[in-house]
Design a protein around this ligand. Sequence first.
Ligand SMILES: NC(=O)c1ccc[n+]([C@@H]2O[C@H](COP(=O)([O-])OP(=O)(O)OC[C@H]3O[C@@H](n4cnc5c(N)ncnc54)[C@H](OP(=O)(O)O)[C@@H]3O)[C@@H](O)[C@H]2O)c1
Length: 329
Amino acid sequence: MSLSNAMLAMEISSHGGPDVLYPCSVPVPVPGHGQIVIRLAYAGVNRPDVLQRQGLYAPPPTASRLPGLEGSGTVVETGPGVTRWKIGDQVCALLPGGGYAEYAACHESHALRVPRGLSLREAAALPEAAFTVWSNVVMRGGLRAGEKFLVHGGSSGIGTMAIQVAAALGARVFTTVGAPEKQAVVRGLGAEQAWNYRADPWGSDAKKLGMDLILCMVGGPYIQPNLAALADDGRLVQIAFTLGAKAEVNFSELMMRRLTFTGSTLRPQSDLAKGRIAAELETHLWPLIEAGKVRVLIDSEFPLTQAPAAHWRIEAPGHIGKIVMKVEE
Ligand SMILES: NC(=O)c1ccc[n+]([C@@H]2O[C@H](COP(=O)([O-])OP(=O)(O)OC[C@H]3O[C@@H](n4cnc5c(N)ncnc54)[C@H](OP(=O)(O)O)[C@@H]3O)[C@@H](O)[C@H]2O)c1
């Protein structure tokens, strides 16, 4: 298929607030070995896009400079060596960058079929949360049925996915949120308890219960209470340090109570590692989605050219779940 050479994209014109996201015309990506090009219908908006816009999260050297880590649409070109997809297939994909555009390229193994029953709009909001949650909660954190699981930021894109996945796996789920109206929503997703972190003593309550696994995106002042809230042999998995990566911590508990403190970030991982996560998602998570046990919660939708408004929305405390942008008019 021959594509036109130029496409509309939203670029980070300089580091700063949402209004630095600016429309531009850039070349359509050319697929490398093992890559596909997708004509995007929708693109997902994620907190790491905000950090990239602010100059706090540089893309890996080989990735597109454009923001955008996920999307859904139709395969329009396949590079040499591609066997998994053909032109015309509908997919959702984890992107190394470049999702705020009409076309995006990714490794073929990072694209997944759209789960049955999901629209392209919902599917666009799935990959970043699905890859992050499955790899950190299940593959790294080793969550098992019957265990107690605490996820901070329960109303975030990541949090709403983590609550549902953990509940579907048979764990008891606990979470923190920043506003009373979010408590009912996260309980509806499967959380047994939702502490308002601005008002409730989540640290002492969680310590009494003894968590087997904690997924934390806050860091800083949460590191010590997280470790204290773990049951013996508990695991703490860090996926962001929103309130800082430095803290004074008493690590003796790590040794005395056999705790594990680990973490990961998705974007710099190898194609092979991301492909392994994708294979797990297809085998284990897609059936849960198709059975209606895990849903994609969409907070709001914006046209691609209103990416600044989408960023204002994700930075506002009120959003619940995912924000998507419609690419195809
Ligand atoms: N490691 C990785 O591979 C990876 C991948 C994707 C995302 N992430 C990280 O995961 C987090 C969620 O991403 P997202 O795209 O889903 O963003 P998001 O929807 O904007 O979520 C951010 C969340 O952080 C919560 N939060 C902020 N301060 C908090 C505090 N003191 N205590 C508890 N919760 C607090 C917010 O809660 P309220 O709004 O209720 O205040 C909100 O739910 C981000 O930090 C992001 O950087 C990591």
